[in-house]
Design a protein around this ligand. Structure first.
Ligand code: DGY
Length: 344
């Protein structure tokens, strides 16, 4: 078995421990968590390794993949893999894997943390107290929006766009807030119809009826800018938008305009269109809560994601079917057979 794995940036210890226990030589492209891997380091690493373990910050494009004819796989340490040109990998005979399932609950929990934070103005309250501005309790201080029916008895509507594992987990949690749940996902119509307490809605209807719209689709050509100026105009003026999926699902410039103009009540974003850069004006909006792509960031989840990526990497190295391969058809290709015959 070829024994070299190039890890683009430092992953949590459980993943590195698994690689070490398997006797694999590991090289890490970047150990400083706040610095990106230079492209030259990435290219050297790909040439050196039998398998690449990547993070969502590295574009794994066709040119990079073509650098090493003996590269046996790419194990992305994330459930999303829009950073990888999977079509190019498949054409080259390279299996690609991800870490599905593991981060579902952490991400769903964090979606609710953001939803509650923006509706009830938690970060604003925190900043207010820290700034020494809290001198006197006031009946008009920090008024926000209810999530539960509250005194009005009015059930709120949660609109879930993208009904995969995470979208469904977010929807399940809405029961505790006595919300009505609408869901839109053309690829999950049957699952939505089968889920008690969740009703299918066309996108425009969901946008028009929801008090909270939460985004959970994968980033594809179909979902890029799914929430644009037109979609934002469909939303209620009192509604909030939450995005923990991928930044480009939202046209961020249009969102800034909607937030500035109070076209919607607010937004909470864990991801950004040109991450980590922010659209001009976003920081100045007082009705948005911002987070640094941390929805899956619990110690346990990130450790398990690293371990899953390592398990996938070891399978790629051994020429075995990776537990979480995303392009399984690759195993039937002549390109894959030639590559594995060449060895990593
Ligand atoms: C993913 O896994 O795709 C998240 O965005 C980061 O955990």
């Amino acid at each position: 078995m070829p024994s070299r794995v190039f890890v683009t940036r430092r992953i949590p210890k459980p993943g590195l421990d698994l690689l070490a226990a398997a006797g694999v030589r590991t090289r890490i492209g970047q150990t400083d968590d706040e610095t990106a891997v230079p492209r030259a380091v990435l290219e050297d690493g790909v040439r050196w390794g039998g398998v690449l373990v990547s993070l969502l910050t590295e574009p794994v494009d066709a040119a990079l993949l073509a650098l090493n004819p003996r590269l046996l796989g790419v194990a992305n340490c994330a459930v999303g893999y829009d950073n990888i040109d999977v079509a190019a990998a498949t054409a080259l005979g390279i299996p690609v894997s991800n870490t599905p399932g593991i981060l579902t609950d952490s991400t769903a929990d964090f979606t609710w943390a953001l939803l509650l934070a923006v509706a009830r103005r938690v970060p604003e309250g925190d900043a207010y107290v820290r700034a020494g501005r809290y001198k006197l309790w006031g009946v008009n201080l920090m008024l926000g929006a209810d999530v539960s029916p509250g005194g009005s008895g009015q059930r709120k509507v949660l609109g879930v766009i993208g009904y995969g594992r995470i979208g469904a987990a977010v929807a399940r949690r809405a029961a505790g807030f006595e919300m009505d749940v609408l869901a839109y996902d053309p690829e999950a119509r049957a699952r939505i119809d089968a889920d008690p307490g969740v009703a299918w809605a066309e996108l425009d209807d969901l946008l028009a009826q929801s008090d909270f719209v939460t985004l959970h689709p994968a980033l594809t050509d179909r979902t890029r800018h799914l929430i644009d100026a037109r979609a934002l105009r469909r939303m209620k003026r009192t509604a909030y938008l939450i995005n923990v999926a991928r930044g480009p699902v939202v046209d961020e410039a249009a969102l800034v305009a909607a937030l500035r103009g109070r076209r919607i009540a607010g937004a909470a974003l864990d991801v950004f269109e040109r991450e980590p850069a922010l659209a001009p004006g976003l920081l100045e909006c007082d009705n948005v809560v911002l987070a640094p792509h941390m929805a899956s960031a619990s110690v346990d989840t990130r450790g398990r994601m690293a371990a899953a990526a390592a398990e996938n990497a070891l399978a790629h190295l051994r020429g075995e079917r990776a537990p979480n391969v995303v392009n399984s058809g690759v195993y039937e290709t002549a390109a894959y057979r030639e590559r594995t015959a060449a060895g990593g």
